[in-house]
Design a protein around this ligand. Structure first.
Ligand code: TRP
Length: 355
């Protein structure tokens, strides 16, 4: 789907890399700026932890500069209101810090609080066509999953996401496969902007997670509304109850067969992630123990892995002023970045006629 050839031949950055070290080679001379984003629609869960949060902490430890956008405007791409946003956003910040993201060096902020970031969307919208947006496979599948008519925001949110990425000149964006079309949109916008007005934006590179998508306890896509996942903030008892309720089968011999036994295999993946082993090896160690034994092992492994994170999370939630302070600092830093970028955009576009 995405070709590197053209970019390589013109000395551009690759569209996709799989390791920070590959990206760091492209950046050279300074730490890579890594940008990630989350929609605050519900509690972060083990899928986020194994798929993304752990990786962010590792990237930070490897010297990357981390910017985390809490994409609160993206909440209303497919619903009527933003929901209990303060509570969700503070809980998200608690999850980040509890997992080990260092707030002293990371910039964590909600994009609604940075007007200059949002204003970038106007010139960016002029660089893409409605037909291109209508072809976006992720938007198409989100539309297919929804009972609503296509809103202009759902159609245009990949352009808004380009503003999330380009406002801080991100080098690297760790994403799952579903987000690649949005990354491609950001690259297109950067390129067209530069061609039209003069070189300003480097094309961001996707850092594609090597961790396969973790499925929920029923073997289907994880989602809080399906009740098939475990939130980082769930209690040990709630974790045990969710896993007890997981969909398995009557066969006593435990084996890793994602296609034939999706529920059993999803549990094996969760357990293997915690225990640092792989799902077939975990299956072999359970052998003829049946679903009951599998569930006990996975519950124990998850609760063990999450125990320190949960303890830290509880402490953080008891200090909402500290969490809000992280956001206030993040908004100040992100605001300064966005103002610099918007000023440069207006300059190259020759819109700074009153300056
Ligand atoms: N669309 C992303 C998701 O649903 C969240 C997001 C918003 C994002 N802005 C971003 C991801 C910028 C990466 C970069 O997961």
């Amino acid at each position: 789907m995405i070709s590197n050839d053209q970019s390589a031949s013109r000395g551009r950055r690759p569209a996709v890399v799989h390791r920070l070290s590959d990206a760091q080679e492209v950046v050279t001379g300074r730490p890579a700026r890594v940008l990630t984003g989350d929609r605050p629609t519900g509690a972060l869960h083990v899928g986020h932890y194994f798929g993304s949060l752990r990786n962010r902490v590792a990237l930070q430890a490897a010297g990357a500069e981390l910017v985390v956008v809490i994409a609160d405007y993206q909440v209303i791409t497919d619903r009527d209101g933003v929901g209990p946003l303060r509570q969700r956003v503070l809980s998200m910040v608690a999850d980040y810090l509890a997992c080990g993201i260092d707030p002293n060096s990371a910039v964590i902020f909600p994009h609604s609080a940075v007007p200059e970031l949002n204003q970038l969307m106007l010139p960016f919208l002029s660089l893409v066509t409605v037909a291109e947006l209508q072809r976006n496979p992720t938007v198409k599948s989100e539309l297919a999953d929804s009972e609503r008519p296509l809103s202009a925001l759902l159609l245009n949110y990949p352009v808004h996401q380009a503003a999330d990425i380009l406002f801080c000149h991100a080098d690297l964006v760790p994403v799952g496969r579903d987000q690649l079309p949005h990354l491609e949109m950001s690259r297109t916008i950067a390129r067209r902007f530069n061609d039209r007005y003069g070189q300003l934006f480097a094309e961001p590179t996707a850092l594609l997670s090597s961790v396969p998508l973790l499925l929920g306890t029923d073997g289907k896509k994880m989602s809080k509304t399906r009740g098939n996942t475990i939130a980082l903030g769930d209690s040990e008892d709630a974790t045990a109850a969710t896993i007890r309720g997981a969909v398995t089968d009557a066969e006593r011999h435990i084996s890793y067969q994602p296609d034939q036994r999706p529920g059993v295999s999803a549990l094996l993946e969760m357990g293997a992630n915690c225990l640092g082993t792989d799902p077939p090896a975990l299956a072999a160690s359970i052998g003829d123990g049946g679903a009951g034994r599998l569930k006990r092992v996975v519950t124990e492994a998850l609760n063990e892995q999450l125990r320190p994170i949960r303890a830290r999370r509880r402490e953080l939630l008891a200090a909402p002023d500290l969490l809000a302070g992280v956001l206030v600092d993040g908004i100040a830093t992100a605001g300064a970045m966005a103002r610099t970028t918007l000023a440069a955009v207006r300059t190259v576009m020759r819109m700074d006629y009153l300056a």
